[in-house]
Write a protein that binds this ligand. Sequence first.
Ligand code: 8ID
Ligand code: ZN
Ligand code: ZN
Length: 349
Amino acid sequence: EIPSEQWAQVVERSGGPVVYKKIPVRKPGPDEVLINVKYSGVCHTDLHAMKGDWPLATKLPLVGGHEGAGVVVARGELVRDVEVGEHAGIKWLNGSCLACAFCMQADEPLCPHALLSGYTVDGSFQQYAVAKAAHVAHIPPECALDAVAPVLCAGITVYKGLKESGARAGQHVAVVGAGGGLGSMAVQYARAMGLRVIGIDGGEDKGKSCKSLGAEAYVDFKISADVVADVKAATDDGLGPHAALMTAMSDKPFQQATGYIRSRGTIVCIGMPTGAELRAPVFDTVVRMVTIKGSYVGNRQDTQEALDFFRRGLVTVPYETVGLSELQNVYQLMEERKIVGRYVVDTSK
Ligand code: 8ID
Ligand code: ZN
Ligand code: ZN
């Protein structure tokens, strides 16, 4: 009953747009599974991939998407730990070598041979997608596939980022881009981990959303005359947040974070604005003992932990569902920064 053809959104040339058309369904290799993708979240990374604005080339033609939730419909002959019929997720890390120095230490996102869904291999903006069995996310059967989809990139990434920040229960964390896809999830993971959240984004609707998700304070960068002062003022002792999670796609907030981060605090870079460079005053970084680091998706264990927060009802990204055929419109809204939370596409329409 697996068809030979299916609907997909295809990037035919770098810069876009995506083309909605029928393409063949692939057969899984020996160590792969075929997943009937029901829903896929749309991450800003998918827009970067279509535009080709990162210093890493995509495959072409490309089927994007890396927050795909669906049902396993076939598996290769070497696959033992994923069953046909199981709910599984396609995430950014489609596969890794499992043998290099990084994979051996469960740092598989750093694997030099990593396969990236919707970037170097075809992803989840199609009805049937292939992934390495070792890396698919195991989605608990009680989780709704549309609601859980954004966890597969946004959720995993911010959960990992919060762990990397070293912030502990009771401490303050600033979430920059708090009304976006990653940011909306970050606010909730942070809350669930006992942290006190200051959301930073632009516009009233984003402020309302992130407050309703559990942020204690909201700083609107569009109207604040002094973001650094406002963020510091939102902490109990006025010394600034212990950590800042940077999920926005512009340079400026990085410079602001070096100003408001608490001494001994940690700035975690997650969003990847095109061509951006980090700039921080060395003197201040030294005498205030500030840590600036990057965080990149998560490993298989982070994936299952992030999903477990969702299963327990601790995180739910606000999302809107549209047909896969409408993906280009979603990119348009994303470009205009009009999306609060996430868009999820339904591959059946
Ligand atoms: O593993 C990783 N590091 C990883 C994983 C997934 C995604 C990194 N990313 C990257 C994406 O490629 C993208 O560059 O994270 C970035 C954010 O992805 P997203 O959450 O999917 O994007 P979004 O939904 O468009 O949200 C971005 C938010 O940032 C706000 C916008 O208003 C929007 O709500 N923002 C911007 I742009 N500038 C801001 C500023 N100066 C700002 N918020 C506060 N201050
Ligand atoms: Zn993503
Ligand atoms: Zn490896």
